[in-house]
Design a protein around this ligand. Sequence first.
Ligand SMILES: CCCCCCCCCCCC(=O)SCCNC(=O)CCNC(=O)[C@H](O)C(C)(C)COP(=O)(O)OP(=O)(O)OC[C@H]1O[C@@H](n2cnc3c(N)ncnc32)[C@H](O)[C@@H]1OP(=O)(O)O
Length: 199
Amino acid sequence: MNSREAERAPSALTPPPDAIPPVRHPEAPAPGELLGAHYDHCFGCGGGQPHGLHLQARAGDGVSITAEFTVQSAHQGAPGLAHGGVLATALDETLGSLNWLLRTIAVTGRLETDFVRPVPVGTVLHLQAEVTAVAGRKIYSTAVGRTGGPDGPVAVRAQALFIEVMVDHFIDNGRPDEIKAAMADPDQIRRVRAFEVNP
Ligand SMILES: CCCCCCCCCCCC(=O)SCCNC(=O)CCNC(=O)[C@H](O)C(C)(C)COP(=O)(O)OP(=O)(O)OC[C@H]1O[C@@H](n2cnc3c(N)ncnc32)[C@H](O)[C@@H]1OP(=O)(O)O
């Protein structure tokens, strides 16, 4: 592909013409409801990761999510500033939570991130994400993270493509010790949620 063709080619993050609007699952958590951690050892949301993000996500209207994450000292890149990869993780986690509202098991295929402003340690990042379209196994979504409040200035933005997978994706690829432990969890809901997304 030459550079002129590349200019015209639709981005992998642009939904194709046959994409449809997302449909919220009838049993999705009500707007305002906290989702809680889907897996205790998840770096994004789990309570069992001392240096994790401990991100808290809440169902929104339609197929949308809001979330909060407080940047801790362990999340620094430059002195006193959040590491860009950690901010990308916060976006990925928030975007991944959207799939719980669709009740679709999906993993991140592509994540494009814009870093708009530096985010100091101690900042509460207010995230908002929504699914924009679905095309077969492909789920298109966007997210923003703001500082100073839910309506504050945008610090980070992302566009993502999640790909629907079967639960075997985790069982076949995850380390056996963690897979066995997650499958042995007597709490049925927690067991399901650990595998709804990448543990
Ligand atoms: C309370 C609960 C909270 C839940 C909260 C949850 C939060 C968790 C957040 C964390 C989420 C993660 O980080 S998940 C972890 C990071 N991601 C991963 O580990 C994924 C690793 N990659 C893979 O396993 C694989 O590449 C897959 C599964 C993504 C795709 O493989 P596949 O299944 O063989 O599918 P394949 O046929 O290749 O592709 C299907 C279609 O998708 C397109 N496609 C596939 N990959 C890409 C890509 N990177 N970029 C563009 N397009 C792609 C293909 O072109 C094709 O389009 P067409 O031809 O049909 O048009």
